[in-house]
Design a protein around this ligand. Structure first.
Ligand code: C2E
Ligand code: CA
Ligand code: CA
Length: 639
């Protein structure tokens, strides 16, 4: 170009392009400040890119203005601005190159060829331009103030970086989410078109503008998180992301979870007034709080304790206001307050923690989580992991499951010849775990049958040994959960275990509780009938604890009805109850069921139970549950 007749490119320059870019960068910064953004590893790179672009647009304005008014300005200053302007743009491209490596699952080592190529591009471009000022080639201003503008190396550098990034994207295209890939490539096409068009018009005003499109793509595709505009919450993936962020940066948050059961598991919208309350609550009590909606009924408000040193008082105030709102709207809730915990953050386990805590909470109550709750949760996870491992190994001899036994007194003979098998878990980390802890877990997560099989097997093995030693063992009862009976293979499974050990079927009884509904009942009935034909006995456990349905009970051929300890206690309390229990027991006896009383603790209990048609007695009065090996001390040898 040089100084030929037509207008020089910098004389065409107007600052509109750069000002627009600066305005965009400011908008970016505002959005990054006020909105919830996904702060993954690359978030800082995005901020750096915006910074570079801001610097480039600022120095571009300075550089081009100075070129047009150069007579009065030192050449060095013009060079400095020009270099910074170009450095800003190339750095922006270089950072973009590093940025896209993350979604392509390349780290700096795996992608080092590209990093080296990028650094080489920066160095070559930098050296070429800056040495040109000194050695007077390319762009320079001579001693007469004349501008010399050699070959347009800037365009080459730009194409080089675009080529490098597009090449990288296409080479690993299978590793990137298609939408993001197309978004970035589309933004490059737009940039490139703009760059070409301005070149054709001998323009330079829009150079920095060409670099903004990829940033818009990244902001929109990766870092933006749509708000629920009704209540101002961000979604569950943003929550996961926030947890990753605080874990990685060793930060802490206060979490306040509100579960509104009416909305959970539904697609119901919140009524307008509730939306308003939520929006108000989000900002009123904590500085910089962010609201997440984790499911339709669950909202979690989070705040930074560093920004809210008095968060405990704020929480109290918030609860007070919540109480007032509740009095107006009367929607059932459960509220949990907690401070994040590193282990739970590491495993991304807050939703499960909240579910776990809520399952133990009363309706319309507030729980403040402390060490104790975290420890209980940790223990639960540990037990669950062990249960999973027990299932995986499928070892009927698994040493972690132990059989305890409670001997049962047979009134007719005055001897102990039956017993109930009771399960215990002995774990390396926590020692003995009791059934009230692990049975509900095993039932909920579907591990219960794996445990029952072990108990049944170990019980059979022990019975076999006792029989071999000539002990008089009538039978031992084993507890099963009704849910286990649903499995079509249940009967075969039970029989196979007993037969494999090789003891008579009638040495085993199965204890089950009453069924909850008609379909469950029909299954139980089928199973009981099948196994009873094969000689296995059945006990009805915990009679008197639920709503007993006599019609159903009578339809099942139980051998023994176990009267729950609560009935024994009730008899001690008043005469009316005693009459009722006594009549029930008589009725069962008359119909050929044997009655067993559980939880006999005292002499008085014993006397009363014997008066009330008892055939068997079980309870602490005779023995606490003992390891099954100790049954030898209770059972007697046949003559
Ligand atoms: P359950 O079947 O009703 O077992 C009787 C429970 O009452 C046992 O508690 C026993 O220790 C306790 N007990 C016995 N005598 C007395 C007494 O005189 N006074 C009082 N207050 N309690 C007495 P444990 O061993 O903690 O078992 C609790 C529950 O866990 C059992 O209730 C049963 O529902 C379940 N469970 C235990 N073992 C198994 C098993 O192998 N499989 C299944 N599915 N459930 C089991
Ligand atoms: Ca039982
Ligand atoms: Ca019982």
């Amino acid at each position: 170009m040089g100084t030929s007749g037509y207008i020089l490119y910098y004389e065409n320059y107007t600052p509109v392009g750069d000002l627009t870019v600066m305005a965009c960068c400011i908008v970016f910064m505002i959005l990054m400040h006020v909105a919830y953004n996904i702060k993954n590893k690359n978030y800082r790179l995005l901020m750096a890119m915006i910074g570079m672009l801001t610097m480039a647009s600022l120095t571009s304005v300075g550089y081009h203005m100075m070129l047009n008014a150069r007579t009065s300005l030192p050449t060095g200053l013009i060079y400095a601005f020009r270099s910074l302007f170009h450095l800003g743009l190339f750095m922006n491209m270089f950072l973009l190159l590093i940025y896209v490596m993350e979604p392509l699952q390349l780290d700096l080592r795996a992608g080092r060829r590209y990093v080296i190529a990028g650094v080489a591009g920066l160095v070559v471009m930098g050296l070429y331009e800056n040495l040109g000022y000194v050695f007077k080639y390319g762009f320079y201003i001579d001693e007469f103030g004349m501008i010399h503008d050699g070959f347009n190396w800037f365009a080459i550098g730009y194409l080089y970086f675009v080529g490098l990034i597009v090449w990288l994207l296409l080479y690993y295209r299978g590793r990137m989410v298609k939408q993001i890939l197309y978004g970035i490539i589309g933004s490059f096409i737009m940039s490139f078109a703009m760059f070409a068009v301005q070149g054709m018009h001998n323009q330079v005003s829009f150079t920095t503008g060409c670099f903004i499109y990829p940033l818009i793509t990244l902001m929109y595709m990766i870092h933006s998180n749509p708000y629920n505009i009704e209540i101002g919450a961000v979604n569950v993936s943003a929550f996961e992301d926030m947890i990753t962020y605080i874990y990685r940066h060793k930060k802490d948050r206060i979490l306040m979870s509100l579960m509104m059961l009416e909305f959970e598991g539904t697609g119901k919208h919140y009524p307008r007034e509730i939306q308003e309350v939520i929006r108000d609550f989000t900002h009123r009590f904590f500085k910089g709080a962010v609201l997440f909606q984790l499911s339709n009924g669950r909202m979690v408000l989070t705040a930074d304790p560093e920004k809210n040193p008095d968060y405990k008082e704020s929480a109290q105030v918030m609860l007070k206001h919540f109480g007032e709102a509740y009095n107006t709207y009367r929607l059932d809730y459960k509220i949990v307050f907690l401070r994040t915990n590193r282990e739970v953050s590491k495993n991304h386990d807050y939703i499960r923690l909240l579910n776990y805590l809520e399952s133990k909470m009363d309706m319309n109550s507030v729980q403040i989580v402390g060490e104790k709750e975290y420890e209980a949760f940790h223990n639960m996870n540990y037990v669950l992991a062990q249960l999973e491992d027990i299932r995986k190994r499928g070892d009927l001899n698994d040493p972690r499951i132990e059989v305890y036994c409670q001997p049962v007194l047979n009134i007719a003979t005055g001897k102990y010849d039956t017993a109930e098998a009771l399960m215990r878990m002995k774990l390396p980390e926590t020692g003995m775990v009791f059934p009230d802890v692990f049975i509900p877990l095993a039932e909920e997560f579907g591990f219960i049958h794996d445990l029952s099989r072990i108990i049944l097997f170990k019980t059979c093995v022990r019975i076999k040994k006792l029989l071999g030693q000539n002990f008089n063992v009538q039978r031992v009862s084993v507890n099963f959960s009704v849910s286990e009976l649903r499995d079509a293979g249940f009967c075969d499974d039970v029989k196979k275990i007993i037969d494999d050990v090789g003891i008579p079927h009638e040495k085993i009884a199965i204890e089950i509780t009453e069924s909850q509904n008609e379909s469950e009942f029909r299954i139980v009935k089928d199973r009981v009938n099948e196994l009873r034909q094969d000689g296995i006995k059945f006990y009805l456990d915990d009679f008197g604890t639920g709503y007993s349905n006599f019609e159903r009970i009578m339809e099942l051929p139980f051998d023994i009805i176990k009267f729950d300890r609560s009935l024994v206690i009730a008899c001690g309390a008043d005469v009316k109850s005693e009459k009722m229990v006594s009549h029930l027991a008589q009725m069962f006896s008359a119909m050929n069921y044997s009655v067993l009383y559980e939880g006999v603790e005292t002499e008085q209990d014993e006397e009363k139970c014997i008066r009330m048609s008892a055939r068997y007695l079980q309870g602490y009065k005779y023995s606490k549950p003992i390891p099954i090996d100790e049954l030898v001390n209770w059972f007697e040898k046949t003559a």
